[in-house]
Design a protein around this ligand. Sequence first.
Ligand code: UDP
Length: 418
Amino acid sequence: MSVTSDVTNSVTSPEVHPIHLDDYIPLIGAPEVDELRAVAAQLSGRTVQMVNSTPTGGGVAEILNRLIPLMQELGLHPRWDVLTGGRDFFEVTKAFHNALHGDPYQPRKEHFDLFLATTEQNCRRLHFDCDFTVIHDPQPLPLIEARVKHEGHWIWRCHIDLSHPNPEVWSFLRPFVYRYDASLFSSPSFARQLSIPQYLFYPCIDPLSDKNIEIDAESQRSVLEHFGIDPARPIILQVSRFDRLKDPVGVVHAYQIVKRYTDCQLVLAGGSAIDDPEGEVVFEEVQRAANGDPDIHALNLPPWSAFEINALQRASTVIVQKSLREGFGLTVTEGLWKKKPVVASAVGGIPAQIIHKHTGLLAHSIEGTAYQIRFLLSNPALAQKLGEQGHEHVRENFLITSNVKRYLTIFLNSQCHS
Ligand code: UDP
């Protein structure tokens, strides 16, 4: 890994799309929407800044893309800034990310220096003048240094599984965390011993986004046709960045076991994110594992593929998320919302979504994943029931409207305590 960096990406404030709150009434009911408006009224005109490390690719960007316009619609003044850095910076932050998820890693002093130098450049480039600043994940954590000049409320939103962090990386980052007013985690098991308040925040999906809106069968079919996928045979799908922690090669091996017994196809749909430099190598690993099988479709999709991903999810027979580590796994939420049977690893935040044999099936290995896929392929009635129950579970717990309410509540709470 090289250790020089410059701020090369000029990305900031990604494009966001308008949202109308009343459109959620058929999904969550008028009382819920009224309650949101009532809570938001107490924060009218307040400024909110969200900062993360990529404008596209990955769950955080997915959420912010919808959270910002929804807060706007509710009368707040939110904005979204993206950390910039060179490839070597993102190699370091990806290594930190994997290490915080528990992977072995020997950090060197140059890695820490590069991390601090790049975040300092971002500190100078970005403006921090909002009532509430929410910093997402470890990459932008040191931006808290900017607080010296500007007060406001600072919240750290951690989307990753911190239950077994690499001690050196965590010792380096922890002092920054202590300077925040509060921290938000996706699962009670991720919480650490911290001197600041910790809150449970489930990630969420927007049922009205291009990724999740209803798509008719004809449009689904044309997307399958576009990618050369046969609509007449079962489709097993994993949507994920090409990241080793998502174990796409493990998915190929699970599919190869299933294929011995049942004719089916595998679709691995993924893309890249600015903050994930490993994508290309992992994509090649997948291609090697696929070994020329024409029924394996490894799709490297551009960031504007929400509609295609939506169609693939809706057209698939079984959705898989075979992560080795996972903060939450929005792709699981997306599959459940589409009433699909989901087989996913029992890691990180996934068991909050997949209640085994109620909203999907959990697995612990390649063989276990293959077994559960085969089980679902031969029990379509059960597969349908799991999908329907999964949809209700998402409606009750993981929609963006609940998430926005939690943010508003925490902002109000911070205001009261200042
Ligand atoms: N995603 C996407 N294109 C891709 C791969 C993933 O739009 O090529 C989306 C996916 O639909 C989901 C999010 O990125 O909304 C991934 O979130 P998740 O929590 O599953 O994983 P993360 O990438 O944040 O670790």
